[in-house]
Design a protein around this ligand. Structure first.
Ligand SMILES: C[S@@+](CC[C@H](N)C(=O)[O-])C[C@H]1O[C@@H](n2cnc3c(N)ncnc32)[C@H](O)[C@@H]1O
Length: 315
């Protein structure tokens, strides 16, 4: 197996060390962990709290944009290491054709979808149910019916955040192949996300692109407008804390591996090595689903074909 190069990006200001002594890469934790305010109900956020290490940059365009984002959706980008976050923000706004951050802020105010896309790019735990619905349509119509002949399926949500992806997979499987046992394992670096995933609770915003009929069948509505996964879904999913860059990957264990919107924080070298390990974890004929802004750099070299957009199949 190719050894994984050390992960470089997004080291926190003060290294975060887990109880097991593993240094956490990624970003400093976002606090508080309250779910993002629903798009429809965004109100000004709580009074400004002191931002870590940003006093010297108050008043600049980057700080102003971060303040705006915090007001719009309570995500505080000033809690992230500035150099990396600022670079990500500026790269993104340039790519969107609006490098002037003040101008870009005006767009964010008016366009909730742009705000979502922006946060998807620059923050780390963002997720929601039926994210990139097209891929779940392929799962429903093509992949699960094809794999059902295996009689029992194992699916891995690698970088599962707070479980939206894993519960969506569970709901789609219940709909499509209700008699086939499907076990879904979600793993994430962030213990807080793993704890939250185990609860199976989702905000109204998490459900914004969910097909209503399927959502109401497999999730209980809550009085606050959120959704609680029903017991039959919870029995299908399991969540574990783990660093994808360090954990042992079992050979040929999974029928499908989802690894979406997680490798974007990695260097290309690290990403490619991780993809190689994920492919190793797939059984022959199994599928690797990547994010819609991601790709496997050498699919042929890894023995993959790409029968659907952003979905690869192992030969
Ligand atoms: C943007 S979320 C993606 C969630 C979900 N896959 C989706 O597409 O909606 C990325 C997740 O990857 C996790 N992550 C980042 N680096 C990781 C690593 N080295 N090992 C495991 N998880 C990691 C983060 O904690 C975060 O929850």
């Amino acid at each position: 197996m190719t050894p994984l190069p050390p992960r470089q990006p997004l080291k926190p200001r003060t290294p975060l060390v887990t109880p097991k002594g593993v240094e956490r890469p990624a970003v400093a934790p976002r606090t508080p962990l309250a779910p993002r305010t629903p798009l429809a109900a965004r109100t000004p956020a709580a009074p400004a709290r002191p931002s870590v290490g940003t006093a010297n940059v108050k008043g600049d365009d980057f700080t102003a944009l971060c303040e705006l984002v915090r007001q719009l959706c309570a995500v505080d980008l000033l809690q992230y290491k500035r150099n990396q976050m600022e670079r990500r923000v500026r790269t993104w706004t340039e790519r969107r054709g609006t490098p002037n951050l003040e101008e870009y802020g005006k767009i964010l105010r008016k366009d909730p979808e742009e705000l979502d896309a922006f946060l998807d790019r620059v923050t780390i735990n963002v997720s929601h149910l039926w994210r990139h619905e097209d891929q779940f349509e392929v799962l429903r119509k093509k992949i699960l019916p094809e794999l059902a002949e295996r009689k029992r399926l194992k699916i891995w949500s690698a970088g599962s955040s707070y479980g939206a992806e894993a519960y969506t997979i569970a709901a789609v499987a219940r709909e499509t192949i209700p008699t086939i046992p499907v076990e879904i394992v979600g793993t994430d670096l962030d213990k807080r996300m793993v704890a939250r995933a185990r609860e199976g609770y989702f905000t109204p915003e998490d459900a914004r692109t969910s097909p209503k009929a399927v959502l109401t069948k497999h999730f209980e509505p809550r009085t606050d407008g959120g959704w609680q996964a029903k017991p039959e879904l919870k029995r299908m999913v399991r969540f574990e804390n783990g660093d994808l860059l360090r954990m042992a990957v079992p050979t040929a264990r999974y029928d499908v591996v989802f690894c979406r919107n997680t490798v974007i924080y990695f260097t290309e070298e690290v990403r490619d090595a991780l993809h190689e390990r994920l492919v190793k974890a797939l059984s022959p004929g199994g599928y690797l689903v990547v994010g819609t802004s991601e790709r496997v750099s050498d699919p042929k070299g890894l023995g993959l074909t790409s029968p659907y957009h952003f979905i690869y199949q192992k030969s």
